[in-house]
Design a protein around this ligand. Structure first.
Ligand SMILES: Nc1nc2c(ncn2[C@@H]2O[C@H](COP(=O)(O)OP(=O)(O)OP(=O)(O)O)[C@@H](O)[C@H]2O)c(=O)[nH]1
Ligand SMILES: [Mg+2]
Length: 220
């Protein structure tokens, strides 16, 4: 006798990708003041705040987008770079499918500290399964005082894409998220991704879904 559960799973697998929405959780990590919140604000709202306040604990944002013909609900976790919040930021990483490591191109120390962040996070997540990108932010603040070859070498060694970006001038910000999603999808090809929620939202466009979320937010 066939089990009911198996039948249901088969049906779920057969659903057309157009009818599904994939929820991915990603997190931004890096020292305080490197521009994590600003990159998220630029990506989600196309805004920039010169006097952005330091994040306290963790913030989250949701962005709907299309990637590789898949509807994606991207849950973006914004961590606080301040020393006192570091263990909290690290502890959130084990639920993530992707990590964005951010440093400030104009402050050498922030790149050095990425190595420490990476080593700490590597203790709790496996980067063979979890996507990662390295971002040098504030590219508008020329000249940069960090040796780009060293950064490239580090990124190659860790098999991460390295993206030079500016939240202020909106340079390569979308690239950060699309390259990370590519990496996540590549690493999870043919496998079931842990913690990924796939659900049916109907045949709505991404814009229509964003509209629904906005309305929901207004009434709650
Ligand atoms: N010139 C320039 N300034 C930027 C850029 N991105 C962020 N900033 C500024 O850098 C400061 C810190 O930015 P935040 O986004 O708050 O930094 P954060 O990494 O979120 O900091 P924490 O929340 O404390 O961890 C703010 O004054 C921003 O306006 C950029 O691309 N270029
Ligand atoms: Mg912040």
């Amino acid at each position: 006798m066939k089990k009911k559960g198996n039948k249901k799973n088969k049906k779920q697998e057969d659903l057309d990708d157009n009818e599904n929405i994939y929820t991915y959780k990603i997190i931004l990590i890096g020292d305080s003041y490197v521009g994590k919140t600003s990159l998220i604000l630029r990506f989600c709202k196309d805004k920039f705040d010169e006097s952005s306040l330091s994040t306290i604990g963790i913030d989250t944002q949701i962005k709907y987008l299309m990637q590789n013909n898949k509807k994606i609900e991207l849950q973006i976790w914004d961590t606080a770079g301040q020393e006192k919040f570091r263990s909290l930021a690290k502890s959130c990483c084990n639920q993530m499918q992707g990590v964005v490591f951010v440093f400030d191109l104009s402050i050498k120390e922030t790149f050095k500290n990425i190595k420490t962040w990476y080593t700490n996070i590597e203790q709790i997540i496996d980067f063979k399964k979890v996507g990662a990108v390295l971002v040098g932010n504030k590219s508008d603040l020329e000249p940069h005082n960090i040796n780009q070859d060293k950064i490239m070498e580090y990124a190659n060694q860790k098999k991460m894409e390295y993206i030079v970006a500016s939240a202020k001038k909106n340079i390569n910000v979308n690239d950060i998220f699309s390259k990370l999603l590519d990496d996540i999808m590549q690493k999870s090809k043919g496998k079931k991704i842990e913690n990924v929620n796939v659900h049916k939202l109907g045949r709505l466009s991404v814009a229509e879904e964003e509209e629904i979320i906005k309305k929901k937010k207004k009434c709650c």
